[in-house]
Write a protein that binds this ligand. Sequence first.
Ligand code: NAI
Ligand code: MG
Length: 339
Amino acid sequence: MKLAVIPGDGIGVEVTAEAIRVLDALVPGVEKTEYDLGARRYLRTGETLTDADVESLKSHDAILLGAIGDPRSVPAGVLERGMLLPLRFALDHHVNLRPSRLYPGSATPLKNPGEIDFVVVREGTEGLYTGNGGAIRVGTPQEIGTETSVNTRFGVERVVRDAFDRARARRGKLTLVHKTNVLVNAGGLWQRTVDEVAPEFADVEVDYCHIDAATIYMVTEPSRFDVIVTDNLFGDIITDLAAAVTGGIGTAASGNIDASGTNPSMFEPVHGSAPDIAGQGKADPTAAILSVALMLRHLGKAAEADRVEAAVEADLGSRGDGPVSTSEVGNRIVAALGG
Ligand code: NAI
Ligand code: MG
């Protein structure tokens, strides 16, 4: 197995180190190549992501990313538009996968959360995030700004199929989240695609929620969700809400997946480089460690992924209210894995 590792900036470097320790304890002999990408590279060389970087990354089985960004020295958007989005498009990461699970011991702001265990399949290459828009008369009272949501039958169908597959392997329920009553063109395409694919998955129950109602249910009745499939923007918003109700940013993991398997998929914690706590050994590496579990499951190592998740669950359940240190969490998970 060939793994590309992009530790990135700030706590990205710290949490990735623990994630790699966990991987090494579980799957010895993974061949790793470290990539210098992110704010530090940009400040040194002015480069964000070169064609050579992309070609080289493509030769790996998977990519593990920490976090990139340094808001004090790199203007907002430079790395998102120069590195993260181009990588997603170059590697065709059309499935943005975000599991949400409330582990016993996690601090949820919900009073009666019930069981929370769902995954969001967010379309990652279309919708409002393609840069299909423009502006004229900028800065004048007559300014016009447009972004057009791009939805293709091909692009929608491949994530819908992926979501049905995941629902079948889980509790057998798929919820389409959209706003079909108002966004009739894009919404109609999504709804018809789900309706047309559904008969092939007769064992999967199909549900539908408008995005606004989905934000209510996610707080009042999150146990109703198993697999949610939705577009790029709705998915972006709803997954942050999902992270909030399941105990926050320290445990939220994600996968950027090319479901066709043509390009390596990339796994990363949802959080950023957290400059406010970087270098202090305070960052919780759990999200990065759960990203390793997602990666292992994607690569067909389900038993190993289960072991990581069980170790994380035990660690979260045994934490008191005291602070955790980055290395201490890594130590406990590695010890639980017998490493
Ligand atoms: P952030 O996620 O880095 O931090 C938000 C808050 O959560 C901070 O108070 C931070 O201390 C806390 N936090 C984050 N991760 C934590 C962890 N593992 N353990 C404990 N506390 C944690 O978001 P922010 O501050 O908006 O962004 C900082 C930088 O990260 C920016 O440059 C931003 O662009 C970048 N970023 C990069 C991402 C990526 O590489 N995919 C994703 C999100 C942000
Ligand atoms: Mg977001």
